[in-house]
Design a protein around this ligand. Structure first.
Ligand code: SF4
Ligand code: SF4
Length: 110
């Protein structure tokens, strides 16, 4: 049976937190719980013009990959509402191939 996942190209994540809001509204999570959390790394200076400053969204154990929405042919709510279109839902076998394309991507398998 195919497994499903969400691929996040966090190089272009703006840290807008819309994915968190989309999940909270969809599932009515109380404050402090959610299916996705946007983590902030940095900013810190590495050397010269090089800095680390990234937003890295991570799915929590509350995330169901929006199974009910997907069954109806919709995208997961966070994927649909991502403001920078950096999230992709799909089969692990297909999404994992895209990890070869570039760095600063994470594949979260449920
Ligand atoms: S896939 Fe659905 S349940 Fe999981 S984080 Fe996104 S909106 Fe929340
Ligand atoms: S909605 Fe998209 S761009 Fe905004 S924080 Fe979430 S993953 Fe990043």
């Amino acid at each position: 049976m195919a497994r499903y996942a969400i691929l996040i190209d966090y190089e272009y994540c703006t840290g807008c937190h819309t994915c968190e809001m989309a999940c909270r509204v969809e599932y009515d999570f109380p404050q402090g719980r959610n299916g996705i959390v946007v983590n902030e790394i940095g900013p810190w200076h590495i050397e010269g013009d090089s800095w680390q400053f990234d937003y890295i969204p991570v799915l929590t154990d509350e995330c169901t990959l929006c199974a009910a929405r997907v069954e109806k042919g919709k995208q997961p709510s966070c994927v649909q509402h991502c403001q920078a279109a950096v999230m992709t839902y799909g089969k692990v076998s297909e999404l994992s191939a895209r990890l070869e394309d570039k760095g600063k991507q994470i594949l979260i398998v449920k």
